[in-house]
Design a protein around this ligand. Structure first.
Ligand SMILES: Cc1ncc(COP(=O)(O)O)c(C=O)c1O
Length: 483
């Protein structure tokens, strides 16, 4: 050994004495490993025999042999008939690195909007979170069990990169009936929520440096997806009839819109604007990315047809999600493409996606085919319609600040414009009270144009909680007045 025996045993005895919760074997293993990594025990050093070590350390020989065996398996020691010697490690890992290496991320990522964690089920008024406690869990568990029983190991491979055929067929039938989109499974790709659909659109349909139009105010996820793809993201103001492109906006390759229920304003893109946008995209060679995130929950007027279904081979990629209609953790969404685009893109999908999550996808196909999905949608529609009315009433009674409720023809949130407050500060403080509304101003790219207010989700909050929640928000707003 390159250190005297005394020093060697002192080092190990100290480690054993300070081992805390660790077993003797584990403590011995760690002490020897560290001594080798630090060079205290140099390469080729021969260790005392296991019997001698056990006697001197007053531990069992099994304990010593167990630690030495583990170190030999991991390549720190070489063991032969004469005992154990320290291996020559290719390059000694730096144990005490003086400073962590500087991390340099691509500069365009600095423009990503701040994200929010929506992880706690106890948070109230969170926009976009459905009533997960109404989801028929026992039924879902039975369908998952049945799927695993019937399909067994057949579902354990990667599967089709575009997603389970059975689910794509079920979605195609559902969209034909409920959204007037006539499509087949070959036009559909299953994604990890609408968010992955957005990143796929950016990767498949645009190049870094090209322009993407987004709604202003609009869905933060779309901005993040496009910015992270290196696109130049331009906000297009949203008026009463939806997105209103102005003459001087740079020409886009992608146009993101939530036409059936604009997020967060809740407006509907009028039929004439839809046709004009479709015509513009066609002439321009641009693609419209249609986010239909919560169109299933419409409470007034006729259902609004999807843009993808408005004309044959419309220049539209339609994004749908089960995050709002079932539960967010499912992380299943889908992208529907016109036939010509699907034919061009499907061969590339196997380079970009790897399938997986097959049990959930097949179970979801059964859930849709057996009518549970339509039933759940109908009952959630009733629940949310009622909750929205109750939230409106509670706002009318409790919110003394001058305010204006915008939109509200459907969905799971109400947007309340409230001038003169620092809405970001309100939202930060509200967290202490388990309230998680969103700050309206955060939905603008251009802060100078932003209006303040709160986006209040009622999907996962019961009506009995509205009055107290609003009174708390009112108190916080008093503390967060501007000017
Ligand atoms: C406007 C909008 N689109 C789409 C989504 C769905 O995202 P995902 O399917 O990735 O959960 C959300 C969810 O917050 C949303 O607010």
């Amino acid at each position: 050994m390159n250190i005297p025996d005394d020093a060697f045993y002192t080092l190990l005895n100290q480690a054993l004495a300070q081992r805390g919760e660790e077993t003797l074997q584990r403590a011995l293993y760690h002490a020897l490993q560290e001594a080798i990594l630090r060079g205290t025990l140099g390469a080729k050093s021969r260790l005392p025999g296991s019997r001698a070590m056990a006697q001197t350390l007053t531990v069992s020989r099994n304990t010593v042999n167990g630690a030495l065996e583990q170190l030999a398996t991991e390549g720190y020691l070489l063991r032969d008939r004469q005992g154990s010697r320290v291996a020559i490690l290719p390059q000694r890992p730096v144990v005490d690195a003086p400073e962590p290496p500087a991390v340099r991320l691509p500069p365009h990522l600095a423009r990503l909007p701040a994200g929010t964690q929506r992880d706690s089920p106890t948070l109230m008024l969170t926009p976009g979170t459905p009533a997960v406690n109404y989801f028929p869990l026992p039924l879902w568990r039975r369908i998952i069990d049945r799927t695993l029983r019937e399909e067994g190991s057949a579902l354990l491979g990667y599967g089709d990169s575009a997603g389970e055929m059975r689910l794509r067929e079920a979605i195609a039938r559902h969209l034909t009936l409920s959204r007037a989109i006539s499509c087949d499974a070959s036009q559909i790709v299953i994604t990890e929520g609408a968010l992955e659909g957005l990143t796929l659109c950016a990767r498949l349909l645009s190049e870094a440096g090209e322009t993407a139009w987004v709604e202003e105010p609009g869905y933060v996820g779309a901005k993040s997806a496009f910015l992270s793809a290196g696109l130049h993201v331009v906000g297009i103001p949203v008026g009463e009839e939806g997105m209103q492109p102005e003459g001087n906006a740079p020409l886009p390759r992608l146009i993101f819109t939530s036409p059936s229920h604009q997020y967060p304003y809740g407006t509907v893109l009028s039929a004439s604007r839809r046709l004009a946008l479709l015509e513009f995209a066609r002439k321009q060679g641009a693609w419209i990315v249609e986010d239909d995130y919560d169109s299933e929950f419409r409470y007034s007027g006729e259902p609004i047809p999807a843009m993808l279904g408005m004309m044959e081979n419309a220049p539209v990629v339609y994004l749908g999600t089960f995050s709002k209609t079932l539960f967010p953790a499912l992380r299943i969404g889908f992208m529907v493409m016109p036939k010509v685009l699907a034919a061009a893109v499907q061969p590339l999908i196997s380079s970009l996606l790897r399938g997986g999550h097959r049990t959930e996808q097949v179970a979801l196909a059964h859930f849709i085919e057996e009518g549970h999905y339509a039933r759940h949608l109908a009952s959630m529609r009733r629940l949310y319609r009622k909750r929205q009315l109750q939230l409106r009433e509670a706002i009318g009674r409790e919110l003394l600040f001058p305010h204006q409720i915008i939109g509200g023809g459907g969905g799971m949130h109400l947007t309340v414009q409230i001038d003169g407050i620092d809405d970001v500060a309100v939202v930060q403080q509200a967290r202490q009270y388990q309230l998680a509304p969103a700050a309206l101003s955060r939905f603008w790219l251009d802060e100078t144009e932003a209006r303040s207010g709160l986006v209040l989700g009622y999907g996962s909050t019961s009506a009995s909680q509205f009055p107290a929640a609003l009174r708390t928000l009112q108190q916080i707003m008093r503390r967060c007045r501007r000017g």
